[in-house]
Design a binder for this molecule. Structure first.
Ligand code: HEM
Length: 400
């Protein structure tokens, strides 16, 4: 008899390669209630898509973890709001991220990518994350918001601290020290942004921060606290994720030399190669929702306030949607992956992240004859179960 299905999202071996377990789950156990927890994992594309589509039934507002006083938790950003509050907040930032506006940033992205590669190529052996995949997105988002890119070491400390155990708290309540740390973090970031916002009030510029300050000045559109939470969200949401996408692209191309050679021979495949990395090695692996009413799912009753964890990493390998899902194919057509989520909270930065990754990987290929792992040692993985990411990636780069 087949072994009973069980799933521990913290198990390191599973985290390094969850795909056989996900495949079995999609076949035999499309939803998995975690024993003793008010949480159910969801593995199929169709279920995840239907859940993310229906924000009335499936909320982005979560009950506090057991034993945690809700008063002690910071109020949520736009990501943790439902319509209509979410709609109002999202409308204020949407126009800063349209495809047209993002395309205007492309020359600057090339410049930054090339400057970073100049330095990395001089050193020949680098931690590719520290030297390239981290600084690029953080410099770009700092310039969009209008905050000094020179402060990026500080942003890194904040971002790392903010996402360190993101999502893990769904399954295990965070210790009180962690809550205190988060409170201090938000206080520090709030003070930083308040000072910069004061500057923009006196001297407006052509940047997102000025746009938000003006929305705040107009009163009901955006409160001061909402503005601060938006800035924190923008600074944090796009960094780890885009860093991860570029790093995963390098890793998957190294793991599939035929696809790397194909891309070098046909650089116009770059956009579809990035889509394939998003699908195959989705940087964000899970996207949770909270039931607002009693729902039947695959014969099981989900009670109000119960949490469903949609495994995007599994949905994006669903054989019902992607032929030969375990094949990494940079020319894959009809690649309707859910790596940026779906529906109401669809990633605000999707256009930006795609373009950054295209520019980054394009520059890496254009500037190197080859790149390779320095050794075959297992790479350290991100502490948060949300991410499919390594935190160090030593590479040897050979210039053209
Ligand atoms: C590869 C890179 C990225 C990935 C994989 C990614 C993934 C995601 C996902 C899955 C969601 C949906 C969350 C949900 O359904 O609750 C999301 C939302 C969001 N993302 Fe991204 N993201 C990336 C890059 C960025 C960038 C560069 C920004 C910078 C602006 C950004 C800003 C946001 C924001 C603000 C939201 C919340 C949107 C809302 O609540 O309406 N993301 N992202």
């Amino acid at each position: 008899m087949a072994e009973e299905f069980s799933f521990n999202p913290f198990d390191e071996e599973t985290r390094r390669n969850p795909f056989p377990l996900f495949a079995r789950a999609r076949r035999e156990q499309p939803i998995y209630p975690h024993p003793g927890l008010p949480i159910t994992s969801v593995f199929r594309y169709a279920d995840t898509q239907a859940i993310l589509r229906d924000s009335q039934t499936w909320s982005n507002q979560f009950p506090p973890p057991p034993g945690i006083d809700p008063e002690k938790l910071p109020p949520p950003s736009m990501l943790g709001q439902d319509p209509p509050e979410h709609t109002r907040l999202r409308a204020l930032v949407n126009q800063a991220f349209t495809p047209r506006i993002i395309r205007r940033l492309e020359p600057r992205m090339h410049e930054i990518a090339n400057e970073l590669l100049d330095r990395a190529l001089e050193q020949r052996e680098v931690d590719f994350i520290e030297a390239f995949t981290y600084p690029l997105p953080v410099i770009v988002i700092a310039e969009i918001i209008g905050i000094p890119a020179a402060d990026r070491e500080q942003f890194k400390m904040w971002s790392d601290a903010a996402v360190e155990n993101l999502g893990n708290a769904l399954f295990t309540p965070p210790p009180p020290e962690r809550l205190a740390q988060l409170g201090k973090l938000l206080g520090d970031m709030g003070a930083y942004f308040t000072a910069l916002a004061d500057e923009r009030r006196r001297q407006p510029r052509d940047d997102l921060l000025t746009g938000l300050v003006q929305a705040e000045v107009e009163g009901s559109r955006l409160s001061h606290d909402e503005m601060l939470r938006m800035l924190v969200l923008l600074l944090v949401a796009g960094n780890e994720t885009t860093t991860t996408l570029i790093g995963n692209a390098a890793l998957e191309l190294l793991a599939h030399p035929d696809q790397l050679a194909r891309l070098r021979a046909a650089p116009d495949l770059l956009p579809s190669a990035i889509e394939e990395v998003l699908r195959y090695a989705s940087p964000v692996q899970l996207d949770p929702r909270c039931a607002t009413r009693r729902v039947e799912l695959h014969g099981q009753t989900i009670e109000p306030r119960h949490i469903v964890v949609n495994w995007l990493g599994s949905a994006n390998h669903d054989e019902q949607v992607f032929p030969e899902p375990e094949r990494f194919d940079i020319g894959r057509s009809e690649n309707r992956h859910l790596a940026f989520g779906f529906g109401t909270h669809y990633c605000l930065g999707a256009n930006l992240a795609r373009l950054e990754a295209q520019v980054a990987v394009g520059a890496l290929l254009a500037r190197t004859r080859s790149f390779e792992r320095v050794d075959a040692a297992a790479l350290p993985i991100h502490p948060s179960i949300v991410f499919r990411a390594v935190t160090k990636l030593p590479l040897r780069l050979v210039a053209k």
